[in-house]
Design a protein around this ligand. Structure first.
Ligand code: BTN
Length: 253
């Protein structure tokens, strides 16, 4: 298998891929681990990574994009992942901003995009697309706090999947969409992302980075991929970071 570093266990594939990116590994290079001892999610959360139950990988990108375009990689990666899971598992995968993977209202995977310093020489810039998918996990594989909110491909389809096969399909689709982003722009990717947006038009809650909670209707993402929410008084907020979810009374419907 070309350009993949296979690891048995590692703290975080994003950490290893960052070191390898700094050392000059090429566009598309990937780190795939059987388990992680300190898997990282968005917003400083941990990503549970038990052996054999999930896909834990990071793909290094040198997309040749302008620095201001790098944020578009986040939605592009979520779209690539959702398309492949739809096709291979015959599922209907939804996306929750910025790039959580949801199936039947439960979280099945997520993407953590990090970058190198984006100062200095453009040809030294890179992005790290960290991908976590619950693949062959059964209910007991999840900690009790996740059992209600998480799901896996196995729980949704009753089938077990070969993690390397899934990974190769995801990497190939991601590289295809990143090529499209660089050469043809973001419009088509964004339209396809919008078709999967599970919050669009719904009543949602946003926990801001300072811990304030805003309730409102999701207005979807704008042409740069920024989410907006309108509260009851009509005030519109731009969601640049923080945690978003369906408002509690709408979950599970
Ligand atoms: C999220 O939904 O919060 C993002 C989860 C991303 C988890 C993956 S697992 C492989 C890669 N390495 C990490 O430490 N995190 C990402």
């Amino acid at each position: 298998m070309k350009d993949i570093l296979f690891l048995d266990t590692v703290d975080s594939t994003n950490r290893v891929a960052r070191d390898l990116g700094t050392a000059g590994k090429p566009h598309g290079y990937a780190v795939l681990a059987a388990s992680q001892s300190a898997g990282r999610g968005r917003l400083g959360k941990a990503w549970q990574s038990p052996p054999g139950k999930g896909l834990y990988a990071t793909i290094l990108l040198r997309p040749g994009l302008d620095v201001k375009e790098y944020s578009k990689i986040t939605l592009t990666a979520g779209l690539a992942l959702s398309q492949v899971l739809d096709e291979i598992c015959q599922l209907k995968v939804a996306l929750k901003w910025p790039n959580d993977i949801y199936i039947s209202g439960r979280k099945c995977g997520g993407v953590l995009v990090e970058t190198s310093s984006l100062q200095g020489e453009a040809d030294e810039h890179f992005a790290l697309v960290g991908i976590g998918v619950n693949v062959n996990a059964d209910k007991d594989s999840f900690s009790s706090d996740l059992q209600k909110s998480a799901t896996s491909l196995f729980l949704e389809t009753g089938k077990e999947y070969e993690i390397l096969t899934l990974f190769e399909a995801i990497r190939s689709r991601l590289l295809q969409l990143v090529f499209q982003l660089t050469h043809e722009g973001f419009a088509d990717i964004l339209n396809q992302w919008r078709e999967r947006d599970m919050l669009q038009g719904k009543w949602m809650q946003w926990v801001t980075p300072t811990g304030e909670i805003v309730y409102g209707e999701s207005l979807g993402v704008d042409n740069s991929g920024i989410l907006s929410v309108r509260d009851r008084s009509g005030r519109i907020y731009e969601v640049l970071s923080g945690d978003v979810s369906l408002a509690p009374q709408f979950r599970g419907r």
